[in-house]
Design a protein around this ligand. Sequence first.
Ligand SMILES: [Zn+2]
Ligand SMILES: [Zn+2]
Length: 316
Amino acid sequence: MWQGDCILIEDGSSAMLIDAGNPENGPDIVSYIKKLGINRLDFVIATHPHADHIGGMADVINAFDIGKLIMPKVEHTTRTFENLLLTIRNKGLKITAPVPGTEYRLGNTSFTILAPNSSSYKNLNDYSVVVRLTYGSTSFLFTGDAEQTSEKEILAKGYNIKSDVLKVGHHGSKTSTTTRFLDAVSPRYAVMCVGANNQYGHPAPETLSKLAERGIKVYRTDEAGTIIATSDGKSISFNKQPSPVNTSTNTGSTTVSDTKNNQNDTRDDITVYITKTGSKYHREGCSSLRTSSIPISLSEAKQRGYEPCKICKPPQ
Ligand SMILES: [Zn+2]
Ligand SMILES: [Zn+2]
């Protein structure tokens, strides 16, 4: 049921973590990173104080040597957040506020902070630290839960946001991934952190169809589990298969929807017959139609709950 963001970036002996899922994910995240032989995280970014992003962060901070910790300047009155602040203080760590336009190096990779661009927002999600990371000629955009307000500000600043991979904002909700933003990013691949059967209805069908229309390959954690993207500096490969494209929402492939409509039309053209009192529908001339015979389209008969007659076996 849970959903959360947790992104580990590795470049040789350098590593960075963006978010740490929910509180109950902390131990798993720590052991996953340790198994990779990583003891130090050069950068840790807590995009914003929601529990599905900073939940396991206290465990991470306790378990690893931490370089720079980047967090937006915003408070949140939850135990999870207060516990994180306490952990940071106990470890003697300093918090670095994200300053848009700042570039950092991580091994041969570099990343630039693109948001937040305002000091106060109505919506906690818009405080999300957004970073664009480049390695060779490949690029990745990580948006946390940034929503349309932040997307608009990023566009207004004129940053280069064109990226091969987009970590879709706010778990694919329709309040993020505005058309203008998506077209400016123009990704080939989209990764969504979504919980299976999450109570928020993420991702939104609107977001999925926007991605499908543009032929963007979508990788979802609810379907694929842990997704690993590997860049050789020229191209990017994934450890999992992309999500199958749902053609019913894919308005980009008009031929598919046209065929479907035609099929519906032909089904509608089929006329069957019902009687005044019966619960079955029939072919023309069926012996059951002696007392009454009312023409009706096949689709309407089915819609109204009529069943095919067992004697004349009409089309279904
Ligand atoms: Zn979230
Ligand atoms: Zn959030």
